[in-house]
Every structure is written in structure tokens, then in C-alpha cells.
Design a protein. Structure first.
Length: 385
């Protein structure tokens, strides 16, 4: 009942304190699984109905990147050890065909294209930043599984969430492309370009993406819109493709126009960028803070930095900094208010992950993951191992 009551805006806090709380919560979400069969992974989150959920392979995969980056920013080598624990668990899950499990809490979870791509991002971080060659091997095997199940037009229609195609797969395609560059595997690059070219056909004149929701006929969450933008953005940078970068910029600029002065974005939007929800998807707002900042860096559109900062400030005010319950302290809810339709009454780990990434970009100009050089290696200093 306390959580259902309107809360006063959170007082301003040291940005580092926001980051420490977020990272500590992710550590707790990993530690609560220590005595379970899925030890090493990060709990999908904490909810009012079920408490701590099982470890989630997909989101644990890209939390690897966050732990490695935070180990540098916070000077905490223990976070790289946490990243290695996730890697060990993920490697134990990979199938003989190269795919990773798609969901959490299921005895035999079928693989999903998007989820496998997200885990590939963590495998790349393990290879390029932690010096684990077996991770690149795992990423390449996963990439070939994705390529084998791709339709000739570049779309994935098999092994898809809810059995429908998704434009937001561009986020997984970014990992596929990065794997191709790190490994020199041309087959993976060709598959990535085919999907990106298909995804371009899904963008409307307004910048909005069709086939970008979890369910056909629904308006996409800000979360999946931000996924599609980031995939086009980073792939455009890696390939020096202006059409991909312009696709990301068009959609992100349209979202900037409808952002409220306090940083709020609606949970869902229709083709005209009209809100179709009264709640806010906090995950999507954190992601858009990252997307706007990255686009400002890559395109010189510095006006987007103001939108990035406003979005981050809104999520900061939504973080539970001083709650007495460790399951809540430092967490980010799926929706604001917490009973909104996106991950209702849940504190998902991916909301905290993207919030932490946005904080590090704002605090220390740290990119998560760090940029790839032309030789397929990351630039910058390795994390503490």
C-alpha cells in the first residue's frame, strides 16, 4: 500500500551515489541466486507477487558490460569478478547449435533471436575486455545460429518473441555486427546488414518503426523504440552507413519533440508519436538518455544533450535511494507510477542496468560497451580483472 501512494520527488543526490546504489542492487540481484541452480546469473528482478525472480540469461548477458564499466568508474575490481561469474553461467547454458535460452524460470526455454544477440554482447565484453577467448568463440557460434535462421529478406520470423517479427532486433544485430568485426567473419556481417536493411523498410516517414511491439497491433513501448534506435545508431557507426545513422536520428529527434520538460516520456507511442499510455516506461527513458547522448556525439546534434540530461534526471528522481528494504533500495521500477502496464509492480534488472549505463556516460564519458576500433578491438583501458 505504501508503494501505491504518490511519493514526493526524491531529493537531489550525488550522481555517484545514484550509481553506487544501482550497482549494489545489481550485485544483490546476483547474490540472491547464489544457492540456486542458476547461480552466477542476475535475477530478472524483484516483484510484489513473486519476490526475487530466477536469473535471466538475456539481461544478465548485457549486465556483463555494465559491471565491467562500473569496475573502472568506481574502482571496484569485485565487479569484474561478478562479470566473470555471469560469463561462466552463460557459457554453461549455450546449446550445441550455438543458441542461448530465451527466457527465465522455464525448465527448457526455447531460444529467441533477440535474447541470443543480447547475450552475445556480454560474450564480446568477456573476450575484448576480460581477455577470455572462449567468449568470442561462443559469440561466433551464436551468430551463426542467428544467420542460419534468417529469412532471405533479412527478417527473423522464427525463434521470435510471441512468434512475430520485431524491428527492435536491430539491437541484437548490433552485437552480431560487432562479433563479425571482432572475429573477421564475413558471414555474420552479411547477415547483420540484411537485417538492418529490412528494418529500414519498417520505418515510417514520421520516424516511427512498425513491427516494433511485443504483440501485433499494439503500440510499441518506449523501451523497444529505444532498442531499435540504438541498433541503427551503433551499426551505422561501425559500418559508416549514414542511412542507418539517419534512421536513428529521425526517430530520436521525433521522441525529443514529445518529451516533457521534466524528462518524462509516455510508455507507448503511435505512428504519429501521440502517447497511447498515461504512465512512463522508466527503462525506455534511461535508454533514450543514452541514445540522445550517443547521437549528439556521433552527429554533432548537441541540442540532444539537453534531452539526455532531462531524461536521466527524471529517472534519478524515480530511484528508491533510501528505502529500508534492500530489494527496493537502489532499484528502478518498470513503470512510473509502479502500476503502469510496463513490468507492472516489478523492479526489473534491465531498468537498473540502463540507468547505470546512462549515469556512467554522464559522469565519466564512459561508453557501455566501449567503442570498437577498425581492427575489431576495443579502445581504452581494460577493466580491473
Amino acid at each position: 500500500m505504501r508503494e501505491l501512494m504518490p511519493r514526493a520527488p526524491q531529493p537531489p543526490a550525488d550522481p555517484l551515489e545514484h550509481l553506487r546504489r544501482a550497482v549494489d542492487w545489481l550485485g544483490l540481484a546476483q547474490d540472491v541466486r547464489n544457492d540456486k541452480p542458476d547461480a552466477g546469473g542476475v535475477s530478472a528482478g524483484w516483484g510484489f507477487e513473486r519476490g526475487w525472480l530466477p536469473s535471466y540469461p538475456e539481461t544478465s548477458g548485457y549486465i556483463i558490460e555494465t559491471f565491467i564499466a562500473a569496475s573502472r568508474v568506481l574502482n571496484r575490481p569485485d565487479l569484474s569478478a561478478r562479470a566473470n561469474r555471469i560469463i561462466d553461467w552463460e557459457l554453461s547454458l549455450q546449446g550445441a547449435d550455438g543458441a542461448f535460452p530465451g527466457h527465465f524460470g522455464e525448465a527448457a526455454s526455447h531460444p529467441v533471436i533477440f535474447n541470443t544477440g543480447q547475450i552475445m554482447a556480454g560474450m564480446l565484453a568477456g573476450s575484448l575486455q576480460l581477455g577470455r577467448p572462449e567468449c568470442l568463440e561462443a559469440a561466433v557460434r551464436a551468430g551463426h545460429w542467428m544467420a542460419r535462421h534468417q529469412d532471405p529478406d533479412g527478417c527473423w520470423r522464427k525463434f521470435e518473441h510471441n512468434a512475430v517479427p520485431h524491428t527492435y532486433n536491430t539491437r541484437a544485430t548490433w552485437a552480431l555486427l560487432a562479433t563479425s568485426l571482432a572475429s573477421g567473419d564475413a558471414v555474420l556481417e552479411e547477415a547483420a546488414v540484411r537485417n538492418l536493411d529490412w528494418a529500414l523498410t519498417q520505418q515510417r516517414e514520421s520516424g516511427w518503426f512498425a513491427n516494433n511491439a511485443f504483440i501485433i497491433g499494439r503500440s510499441p513501448f518506449t523501451h523497444t523504440i529505444a532498442y531499435a534506435i540504438r541498433g541503427f545508431l551503433e551499426s551505422g557507426v561501425l559500418l559508416a552507413r549514414e542511412d542507418y545513422l539517419n534512421s536513428a536520428l529521425t526517430a530520436a529527434t521525433a521522441l525529443a519533440r514529445v518529451q516533457r520538460d521534466d524528462g518524462w516520456l509516455a510508455g507507448t507511442y503511435d505512428e504519429r508519436w501521440m502517447p497511447t499510455a498515461k504512465y512512463c516506461c522508466l527503462t525506455g527513458v534511461a535508454q533514450m538518455s543514452i541514445d540522445w547522448r550517443r547521437l549528439a556525439q556521433e552527429t554533432g546534434q548537441t541540442d540532444l544533450l539537453d534531452h539526455a540530461r532531462r531524461a536521466l534526471a527524471f529517472v534519478k528522481r524515480s530511484q528508491y535511494l533510501e528505502d529500508t528494504d534492500p530489494a527496493v533500495r537502489g532499484a528502478i521500477a518498470g513503470s512510473a507510477p509502479i502500476w503502469g502496464a510496463y513490468e507492472r509492480f516489478l523492479f526489473p534488472n534491465w531498468a537498473v542496468k540502463f540507468f547505470a549505463d546512462a549515469l556512467m556516460m554522464d559522469l565519466a564519458d564512459v561508453r557501455v560497451p566501449p567503442p570498437l576500433a577498425s581492427n575489431g578491438q576495443v579502445s581504452g583501458v581494460r577493466a580491473n580483472v
